[in-house]
Design a protein around this ligand. Structure first.
Ligand code: SF4
Length: 417
């Protein structure tokens, strides 16, 4: 019970303090302005949806604002997005990361238009069930902010705030802890202003209860925070000791020895030097997969004398679906020694003419970390003297100038190359 909110008066006070702070201090973000002024609930939902999916890619709100504004300018409604091509979506999404999310957003828009008569589902349950790419968090955010459903949300910011408020030190990525946090978020959400309450909790995590140096002194819910209370008790205890007064027993409100599924594990107890940042805790991350690719920047003189580069399109499913790249091939174990030959064979398949492996000039290596893959591109260049006719029977490929390359749907990794 120590980790839960059980006192209705405390819950009421926490809601009031948090909402009053949010009304005073919330950041002015474009999707909030639209959500507040736009009369059509479905258009509001669309705006919230786009912003939430983009915000999941990065904590850099300034980056998201730029992408969001360009997206909404191009596709102001679900109906407009449903008519876009994957190519256009990828072009706009390029650089934001987690590329499949833009694609799924567009697939979901098509589904709403073609299968749901243009009507967005209006509850978190239906949103999650019916729309591809909409998980529990996004569904809760859309339903509470746009349709006023009293349902909570749990994202990284909310996890941090709740774990600190209630001294939850068990692995915050474990299903058992996540389930309890969802229960807590659903119990705390304010029935009359659910969207504002959820945004306030996330805003608190983003601007005050931040990961490394939280601003506890300015926190609107500090009187409800058990992590902070523990820090204060330790400080009081230490100063009593310093003054030589009879030190009271340090009452830290621990659940007791062992057995609590939400307390820090016995092997990693509370560390006084960390203060409130003892929480949340995460199990060590799984090591990303290591992949090596050989890639070639094939160059020719274009008709106006400017250099042009060959880019080819990836398949429409899998990593970076539909994105364009310099011809690249994974280097399996044992092929590292023969990478020039492997790459030359691969280029021959694209260009339809033999490529001399010896002509490939090694340029350097580029490392790019995708969410779960540690990828190294071994980069070669090959200038061509004559022209090359691309085989239209193969997957799409084209020659582009440097300017056209940057305007194409290419990933950040390829821009680095
Ligand atoms: Fe976070 Fe500090 Fe506020 Fe507690 S008091 S919720 S640790 S900012």
């Amino acid at each position: 019970a120590r980790h839960l909110f059980t006192d209705p008066a405390e819950i009421e006070a926490l809601r009031g303090n948090l909402l009053a702070w949010y009304d005073r201090c919330k950041r002015d973000l474009p999707w909030r302005t639209l959500a507040a002024t736009e009369l059509d609930a479905d258009r509001r939902a669309y705006a919230v949806w786009v912003s939430e999916i983009m915000l999941q890619q990065t904590q850099q709100v300034a980056t998201v604002i730029d992408y969001y504004n360009r997206w909404m300018q191009k596709w102001p409604t679900l109906q407009a997005l449903a008519q876009a091509s994957l190519e256009e979506v990828n072009e706009l999404w390029a650089g934001l990361g987690y590329y499949s999310r833009g694609k799924r957003l567009q697939e979901a828009a098509r589904k709403v238009v073609s299968e749901l008569a243009g009507q967005m589902p209006r509850t978190a349950e239906d949103l999650q069930k019916l729309l591809p790419g909409v998980g529990r968090y996004t569904a809760g955010a859309i339903a509470s902010i746009s349709y006023g459903q009293a349902t909570g949300v749990v994202d990284g910011n909310v996890i941090r705030v709740l774990c600190r408020l209630r001294c939850i030190g068990a692995d915050s990525s474990s299903p058992a802890v996540i389930d309890r946090l969802w229960d807590m978020a659903n119990a705390l959400v304010d029935g009359s202003r659910p969207g504002d309450f959820n945004q306030a909790l996330m805003e608190l995590g983003a601007t005050v209860c931040v990961p490394k140096a939280p601003l506890c002194g300015e926190c609107p819910v500090k009187q409800h925070c058990r992590a902070r209370r523990r820090v204060e008790k330790e400080l009081a205890f230490a100063s009593q000791k310093l003054l030589g007064k009879a030190a009271p027993v340090l009452d830290v409100e621990d659940c007791g020895v062992g057995g609590c599924p939400l307390c820090p594990p016995a092997t990693e107890p509370w560390d006084s030097s960390l203060g409130v940042t003892n929480f949340p805790r995460k199990a060590a991350k799984k090591q990303p997969r290591v992949v090596q690719m050989a890639t070639c920047v094939l160059e020719r003189r274009g008709c106006h004398g400017a250099p042009e580069y060959l880019i080819v399109q990836r398949p429409n499913s899998g990593l970076l679906a539909g994105f364009w790249e310099f011809p690249s091939i994974p280097l399996a174990q044992g092929l590292q020694e023969k990478q020039r030959e492997v790459l030359a064979d691969h280029l021959q398949a694209w260009t339809g003419q033999p490529m001399a492996a010896g002509g490939l000039r090694f340029i350097g290596e580029v490392v790019h970390i995708f969410s779960h893959i540690h990828q190294t591109y071994v980069v070669y260049s090959l200038p061509l003297d004559g022209d090359v006719t691309l085989d239209p029977a193969l997957s799409p490929s084209r020659w582009v100038t440097e300017e056209e390359f940057h305007a194409s749907a290419v990933s950040t990794a390829m821009k680095k190359v």
